[in-house]
Design a protein around this ligand. Structure first.
Ligand SMILES: *Cc1c(COP(=O)(O)O)cnc(C)c1O
Length: 394
């Protein structure tokens, strides 16, 4: 076999700082490199493989659809797409869905919805969207513009205009930004993922809800990472007792297939009309069938299991003296270890046979929602060894 790492380096654009592991195959929460070495997967492809790698039930649903029809245009009706939209709406109290292929595209749609809602009702010019400092909303030019991190605002300009950034937790600042006028939307992650697994404060979220309500501002919750059971609820906004005007999701929605959704509520359901938006692949039947399988299995029992596993991780890592803090909700957790780079810990963990992720300075854990408890415990033991060795070596 040709050396995959050499081919990769020679022919693939160097946009990723890859960790030194080639995942050749996997099943559930276990995966294997080219030499058959086993790893415990604590990242599930960045919260994508909701039920682990190549889960049987999901695989069967996808294959069944492959045998019927693999692609139709959005010019025609499609079965799994319609059923999935119904399920998404019924389970969230929302009204309409637009299907996309990714998180960034779902967010693009949400931004369009907020702006068009405002342009329909108030005319042009009321187009500002407030997002949070340290947020992450995607890699297209517009979602980069929406991302509240300066490192993303270089090289690719001119960027899309009309975004303002507020510091999470600062109620006065966001009030002042709204007072400046022209605001049509506020877009937030309820747990900032790429920014370091930081949940928003409930009182701050309530203030945003109030501001949106009083000023007819569209509240967009970016559930690309937090959605689909990840935080112990079907969608994270349930943890906060709020209801957005629009929410977006992607990553874990189709359990390993590229898929995204922009889900609109009462106020925004009719904003997009014929020709206002579209996608060739969005809502693809294979992906929709995968998503239908995933979503139908995220029930109360599964969610209870997510919360139990979360408690287990917090308890186990909380007892490690080298661990400073564990933040996050459900199976979206950030582990802070003082004085050691998160990437060093991940490299060490991979050597030992488990694969966590990083988020800024933290080690990030996003295991499959159904990771078997003994596998999780073994993975955590390996991670703890890695943490201790890294701290001891510094
Ligand atoms: C990953 C992520 C995105 C971007 O999703 P893609 O599918 O990579 O386009 C957007 N928002 C949040 C919160 C994310 O975690």
């Amino acid at each position: 076999m040709e050396d995959i790492k050499v081919l990769d380096n020679d022919y693939i654009a160097h946009t990723y700082g890859r960790f030194n592991v080639f995942i050749n195959k996997g099943k559930g929460s276990l995966c294997y490199d080219e030499n058959g070495k086993e790893y415990i997967d604590l990242g599930s492809g960045i919260a994508v493989n909701s039920f682990g790698i190549c889960d049987d039930e999901w695989k069967n649903a996808v294959i069944e659809q492959l045998d019927k029809v693999s692609h139709t245009s959005n010019l025609y009706y499609s079965c799994p797409q319609a059923k999935l939209a119904k399920m998404l709406c019924e389970r969230t109290g929302m009204k309409k869905v637009f299907f996309a292929n990714s998180g960034a595209e779902a967010n693009e749609c949400a931004i369009k919805v907020a702006r068009k809602y405002s342009s329909d009702k108030y005319g042009e010019g009321r187009s500002t969207i407030i997002t949070l400092v340290n947020s992450f909303h995607g890699r297209t030019i517009t979602t980069l513009s929406a991302t509240g991190q300066d490192v993303f605002h270089k090289h690719f300009g001119p960027f899309t205009e009309g975004f303002k950034f507020a510091h999470a937790g600062d109620k006065d600042e966001i009030n002042a930004l709204v007072k400046e006028g022209g605001v049509c939307g506020i877009m937030i992650e309820l747990v900032q993922g790429e920014g370091g697994v930081i949940p928003l404060d409930k009182a701050y979220v309530d203030e945003i809800v109030r501001l949106c309500k009083e000023n007819d501002i569209i509240l967009i919750v970016d559930e690309v990472q937090t959605g689909n059971g990840r935080t112990g609820k079907l969608y994270a906004f349930e943890n906060f007792g709020i209801k957005p005007d629009v929410f977006t999701t992607a990553k874990g929605l189709a359990g390993g297939l590229p898929f995204g959704a922009c889900v609109m509520g009462e106020k925004t359901q009719d904003v997009l009309g014929k020709g206002d938006h579209g996608s060739t692949f969005g809502g693809n039947p294979i992906c929709a069938a995968g998503a239908l399988s995933i979503l139908s299995r995220i029930d109360d029992e599964l969610l209870k299991g997510v919360t139990e596993r979360s408690e287990l991780i917090k308890k186990k890592l909380g007892a490690v003296p080298e661990v400073e803090s564990v933040t996050g909700l459900g199976l979206m957790l950030g582990v802070s270890v003082k004085g050691v780079a998160a990437a060093d810990i991940v490299n060490k963990a991979i050597e030992k046979g488990c694969i966590p992720l990083t988020a800024k300075t933290k080690v990030r854990l996003l295991p499959a929602l159904n990771i078997p408890v003994p596998v999780l415990e073994k993975g955590l033991d390996l991670l703890i060894e890695a943490i201790k060795e890294c701290v001891a070596a510094k």
